[in-house]
Design a protein around this ligand. Structure first.
Ligand SMILES: [Zn+2]
Length: 140
């Protein structure tokens, strides 16, 4: 039996040589595919159709895993991470904004769209944008 697993391991290792394997994006695809397939098991009419995207996501993760186009897969990973970070930063921003809703106000600079954070309850103040030095007057 040990010999069998040893040979199986060797075969897999040989098969995976020069192939991309699993990365963060691959496991994301796989897990979201599995998640959708679980949802599709719920007895709700619209959820039944989720097996299609679920199947597609799982196939996609396998295709990436066995792909020999390493460069292309790496670029996909970078693109995925960029999008993920953007979403994470957005969430962090809104969470902070909500947490500080009683102490700070948020404005957007008219010129460069930078978000400006100022303490609340200071009356009418002039805010200078640290990025473009543009000024706005606001009541806080
Ligand atoms: Zn500005």
């Amino acid at each position: 039996m040990r010999g069998f697993f040893y040979r199986l391991g060797n075969t897999i290792q040989h098969f995976m040589r020069g192939r991309y394997g699993i990365d963060e994006f691959g496991s994301f695809l796989l897990f979201s595919g599995m998640f959708l397939s679980l949802l599709s098991l719920i007895k709700v009419k619209i959820f039944v159709w989720l097996w299609i995207p679920s199947f597609a996501l799982i196939i996609w993760s396998y295709v990436r895993c066995f792909s020999k186009k390493i460069d292309k897969r790496r670029r996909e990973l970078v693109r995925y991470q960029k999008i993920k970070n953007r979403i994470r930063d957005k969430f962090a921003y809104w969470r902070r904004r909500f947490r500080e809703r009683k102490t700070h106000k948020y404005y957007r600079c008219r010129l460069c769209k930078t978000v400006l954070r100022v303490p609340k309850g200071k009356g009418k103040i002039e805010i200078t944008c640290p990025k473009c030095k543009g000024r706005i007057t606001k009541k806080t």
